[in-house]
Design a protein around this ligand. Structure first.
Ligand code: RM4
Ligand code: RM4
Ligand code: MN
Ligand code: MN
Length: 430
């Protein structure tokens, strides 16, 4: 048996923190009541919220220069799931993991599904990987995958995506996320029209193999690793593709995949309007696809995104069923701590956005009362909703202060003993 944090440790830690939480929760409840808001309704929504953890996120990430792994790193998908389960145990917000293939390949998926079930973890969208060559792979992806000029390379990339769907079916997934690194570094390197046509052709073959209840999430990214053009560079290309590919295709928004200063919440609103929002890869960024922890740089942006999501939920927008996933690379922190904090920060943005008097906001908008509308909009962001988040966790058996409890458990040190480092582990991204 490997080490797991005991529920009694969480209960003991919570007991110490409960009196202060009760005081803060009651005070916040009165504050919200003065704004015509019911704290209990918000707490229930937070308690029902869930975000998937990326299996690649529990390993230490790297930059294009180096990777500095910490002790007790997960060595394979089984270790990764154990870490995912620990994050969920403390936060009660991350009941699923989003696997990446071939990084998470195993010989018997029944064993993997059983292990996940025993840990209380389900599987979210499966991610394909045609941005790297794998040992023994016949054709290289150096010049592209699903949009390679060679039909044989495209076929190989399609076959890999089909294999991911087959694995996902065994794991109980219901979606495939496709992000390709395809693009060009030099003007003239590729024909901008042909590559998009090939994308549609390849994705069409993948969609044809999707089970009826599955969705495919098309992930756009502005640049990197291609620096002149990326085949699916933006939400426009993604939406054209999703519309051409039919009702099972949707557009995934990774918060780090846009030009600086782009109004992401407006993109979200447009994709919802088109009935094509797949969901999110949450992370934060300062310059590009930085994969920093959600809410660490621009929590107000995250808040603005959630404002649009609540608007859509309230008006019951058709086809609105976003998948929430984290996509981060933890280079200098303990990945478990980063994922705990990120899950909490995502919930925070949601709770803050719920703490807006929407009827008053709508009235101010209708009156064109700009400053009043802005003040009402921002009131939620300015509210410290921490007691709501802690209370939601406590009610579900999670930790009032998940980082403190995690540190007190000594989990990482125990894993360092149990998991001797292995060369070439699939943890993290370099
Ligand atoms: C850095 C910087 C340094 C170079 C390394 C490899 O970005 O430009 O000068 O030595 O890359
Ligand atoms: C990409 C993209 C994908 C992720 C890879 C590892 O930039 O965000 O979603 O799977 O990184
Ligand atoms: Mn992503
Ligand atoms: Mn990315």
């Amino acid at each position: 048996m490997t080490y797991r944090i005991s529920d009694s440790l969480i209960a003991e830690d919570n007991e110490k923190r409960a009196p202060a939480l009760e005081e803060d929760y009651a005070a916040l409840g009165r504050q919200l009541e003065r704004r015509g808001l019911d704290i209990e309704a918000i707490t229930q929504k937070i308690a029902a919220f869930a975000v998937a953890v990326p299996t690649w996120g529990v390993g230490t990430g790297g930059t294009r220069f180096a990777r500095f792994p910490g002790g007790g790193e997960p060595r394979d998908i089984f270790d990764k799931l154990e870490d995912c389960a620990t994050i969920h145990q403390l936060t009660r917000a991350t009941p699923t993991a989003s696997p990446h293939f071939p990084w998470d390949k195993v010989s018997d998926y029944r064993v993997l599904a059983e292990r996940a079930k025993a840990l209380g973890i389900g599987f979210d969208a499966v991610n394909s990987n045609t941005f790297q060559d794998q040992p023994g792979q016949k054709l290289s992806y150096k010049f592209g995958s699903l949009t390679h000029a060679s039909k044989a390379a495209r076929d190989q990339a399609v076959a890999h995506n089909v294999e991911c769907i087959e694995i996902g079916e065994k794991l109980g997934s219901k979606a495939l996320t496709v992000w390709i690194a395809d693009g060009s570094n030099f003007p003239g390197q590729s024909n901008l029209t042909h590559v998009f046509d090939w994308y549609l052709e390849s994705l069409g073959e993948i969609v044809a193999r999707l089970p009826g209840h599955w969705r495919v999430f098309l992930e756009h990214k502005l640049y990197e690793p291609a620096f002149y053009s990326t085949v699916i560079a933006d939400w426009g290309s993604s939406l054209i593709a999703a519309q051409a590919l039919g009702p099972q295709a949707f557009c995934l928004v990774d918060l780090g995949h846009h030009a600086p200063n782009v109004n992401i919440e407006q993109i979200v609103s447009r994709l919802i309007r088109a009935g094509k929002l797949a969901g999110f890869h949450f992370n934060d960024s300062k310059y590009g696809d930085d994969d920093l922890d959600a809410g660490s740089i621009d929590p107000f942006r995250l808040y603005r995104v959630f404002h649009e999501l609540i608007n859509a939920a309230e008006r019951k927008a058709p086809n609105f069923d976003p998948a929430y996933m984290i996509d981060q690379s933890h280079n200098v922190t303990d990945p478990i701590e980063s994922l705990i904090v990120s899950a909490v920060e995502i919930e925070r943005a949601y709770a803050q956005a719920l703490a807006v008097d929407r009827a008053a906001l709508q009235a101010a908008q209708e009156e064109s009362d700009v400053m009043e509308a802005h003040r009402l909009f921002k009131a939620g962001f300015l509210t410290d909703v921490s007691p709501i988040l802690a209370e939601a966790r406590r009610r579900k058996g999670g930790a009032i202060d998940p980082i403190a409890t995690y540190r007190a458990s000594g989990y990482r040190a125990r894993k360092a003993e149990e998991r001797p480092a292995v060369a070439g582990s699939s943890s993290g991204i370099v």
